[in-house]
Design a protein around this ligand. Sequence first.
Ligand code: ATP
Ligand code: TZP
Ligand code: MG
Ligand code: MG
Length: 296
Amino acid sequence: SSSSNDDWTSLAHIQTTALAATKAVHAKSPLSHNMTNLVVQNFAANVALAIGASPIMSNNGAEAPDLAKLGGGLVINMGTATPDALLNHRLAIAAYNATGSPIVLDPVGAGATSARRDALAYLLASGYFTLIKGNEREILAVAQASGFTVVSKEASQQRGVDSGDAVYTLEQRAYIVKRIALRERNVVLMTGATDVISDGHRTYAISNGHKYLGLITGSGCTLGTTISAYMAASPEDTFMAAVAGILHYEIAAEDAAMGEDVRGPGTFIPHFIDALFKRRMDVVEGKNCEPPEGLK
Ligand code: ATP
Ligand code: TZP
Ligand code: MG
Ligand code: MG
């Protein structure tokens, strides 16, 4: 149930690669350097630990050159960014680009205000992002910032950090992420009930996850943290690393939501951390690793 590509060989390959990537995060415990918003700091650190990564929340650009040498990944999340924060982000982007380590950009709320649109333009002009992720409105803001005219202004106006109802069809979403990825020569992920991810050549739709992820704050941000660790641990194919991170995250959400004690978004959160950890240990021990339904 995880891919638009129903070719058996491809799905088997995705499954094998995803399991190997989960094991790589466990084995390498990569640094996940988060320059993130004030809302999700603690949640993101706990998600990183649960999947086997080593989190550091550091917003000081001056220490980025040292951290960038440690083989980890960086998250630039502009959820509560200020002008001062953007200067630190630019220093960190330069440091990670210099070592070639991966960077995730999450332009939170980029479609909501002109200050956020300016911040996005500033960040995009600051260096190369290995992966750009966001909800529909945020990725539309990225498309506009990179000069595409496929997007109408009304469609991209965002209220706060939440995306609202989906505006585009799955095919249109796939087209948008593919076009941006080809232009930026990176990986682009548009999240939602169905996530669409592309490196310009491969484009997958992933419909795992649970509606509770849409009802808690920080699920998009902590997916970015997860992907940063996955890309750092499996740098040979950052697209497949990101797919693997999404599958780990969303299968864990499904498992957590099934818990008897889960009665809503509040009780979901601690069970989700547990399920992220359990999914990791199951994969490491070769348990519960059945391929997606389409494989049978
Ligand atoms: P928004 O603020 O618009 O909710 P976000 O940055 O929180 O955006 P989401 O689009 O909610 O990001 O995606 C975060 C994670 O939650 C992704 O893994 C996504 O697949 C998952 N998710 C969100 N809503 C649902 C849903 N209704 N069903 C399944 N998974 C979902
Ligand atoms: N306000 C500024 S950042 C933030 C809020 C509520 C968190 C957004 O988290 P997510 O992961 O995009 O839902
Ligand atoms: Mg959400
Ligand atoms: Mg978000």
